[in-house]
Design a binder for this molecule. Structure first.
Ligand SMILES: Cc1cc2nc3c(=O)[nH]c(=O)nc-3n(C[C@H](O)[C@H](O)[C@H](O)COP(=O)(O)O)c2cc1C
Length: 144
């Protein structure tokens, strides 16, 4: 089972998650505000799409999920990868995606593909970058 999970403030990550989930035939596309860490399943692949807001902070829809993770959730073996939306003109480029990654790792989740950080000022559309990233992550997971 493949889940695409998104954290968003103004909807960009949601749009990217939906395009990505459709392109890879994901089982579910879920807002992080609608789940808790205990919903994550070690038998499923979790592809997170997360923006950054404020000064390097998590976006609104990911905050509660992250706070629950920080309460020492045990995620032994949960496979994941993260795509971060951000803007390099901020010193805190993609801080939200980076902190979500750190939290997942600290809880024992297993990163199955490298984090990819998308710069809003770059030439590539975030959905194009995310679809290519997700396809590469799936290929890695299949080869593992
Ligand atoms: C008020 C504001 C603060 C932002 N802060 C950051 C930041 O600290 N670091 C970063 O990389 N991007 C930052 N961004 C860029 C957002 O991550 C980017 O616009 C993203 O596409 C928003 O996605 P969302 O609509 O899913 O929240 C900020 C954008 C706004 C409007």
């Amino acid at each position: 089972m493949i889940l695409v999970l998104y954290g968003t403030e103004t909807g960009n990550a949601e749009m990217v998650a939906e395009d990505t989930g459709d392109a890879i035939d994901a089982s579910y596309i879920v807002n992080l505000s609608d789940i808790t860490p205990s919903d994550l399943d070690p038998g499923a692949l979790h592809l997170f799409v997360c923006s950054t807001y404020g000064e390097g902070e998590l976006p609104a829809s990911a905050k509660e999920f992250a706070a629950a993770l920080a309460q020492d959730q045990k995620l032994g073996g949960v496979p994941f990868a993260i795509f971060g939306l951000g803007d390099r003109s901020y010193e805190t480029f993609a801080g939200g995606a980076k902190s979500l990654r750190a939290l997942l790792l600290s809880c024992g989740a297993v990163e199955i593909a490298p984090i990819m950080l998308h710069d809003a000022n770059g030439p590539e559309l975030p959905e194009d970058a995310a679809i290519a990233w997700a396809q590469a992550a799936l290929a890695r997971a299949a080869a593992a």
